[in-house]
Design a protein around this ligand. Sequence first.
Ligand SMILES: Cc1ncc(COP(=O)(O)O)c(C=O)c1O
Length: 343
Amino acid sequence: MWEFRSDTFTRPSEAMRRAMASAEVGDDVWGEDPTVRALEERAAAAVGKEAALFVPSGTMGNAIGMRLHAGQGDALWAHDTSHVLDNEGGGPAALWGILPRGVATGGGFFGPDDLKALVPDDDGDVHHAFARLICVENTSTAAQGAPWPVEALAAVRAYAHAREMKVHMDGARLFNAAVALGVGADVICREVDTVQFCLSKGLGAPVGSIIAGTAAEVDRANRLRKLLGGGMRQAGVVAAGGLYALDHQVERLADDHANARRLAEGLGAGSRLDIDVDRVATNIVLAACARPEDTAAGVCSELEQVGVLAAPYDRTTIRFVTSLEVDADGVEAALQAASSVVG
Ligand SMILES: Cc1ncc(COP(=O)(O)O)c(C=O)c1O
């Protein structure tokens, strides 16, 4: 089987498992796990923020990030297909009473003009929820995994800060963005107030995410993590996987990006899938069903029969995600197998 459903399927390597098995641990809820502390310090430095907190998942990191900047009756804006609006169980509304508002631009990105057209003027009109927060997803799945250009983020930040709003980044794939743009993650994160990034996706650790911001924000984040039941005890065992990933598995994301492009070229050469190969910027390929009678679920199950695992993105679009689970030779073999299905 060739695994392209998600980079969440990545399994820890032998070396990562050894690092996890030998991790020094303590009770992290008491602040006494040295490996968690080391990961948090390493992560804060990587994203150029004062402090960072290890959390069990990206969803929890985002939930905490949103609550840091907004509360009951406040409004946040995010792309209308973004993970925080569409794939986190209604978290902002369900957990915090935050009103989620969607920005419905074509490509997954948006700018100050889009926001000006949607966010009510800050003129004291009592009809409106307080506009507190903008969430950006980087890389953006709706943009086929493309990274936000740093200048575009800077424009959103300038707009937000001029209105006393904050910017939280769902950087589930932040390091894919950094590698694709050829800049440090800190350069990207300068343009946002808080950032969540996942260790458990392309970076290859089994569990965990980081939420980073100012020291005061991370103090509050620690309380919110406890409230959500995310305080973990000897968490150094899993944090060691994250540390290993940051030390050894960032640069190799470039291989996943090259593999995604090759996969897109190969799959798009057939007649059954429409793929914009030039838009493949990181490890995500979105393939539209070219035949009106096809559905994404149907084509995915045909692909599964020949060993190629992919996932429906919407009714007629399939998402392929490359990761360390399939190397360049594996991609060639998968293309060979898929050719009987995609033409
Ligand atoms: C863009 C994006 N944000 C957030 C998450 C949430 O991460 P987790 O599955 O660790 O909760 C995901 C997970 O797939 C994601 O793709």
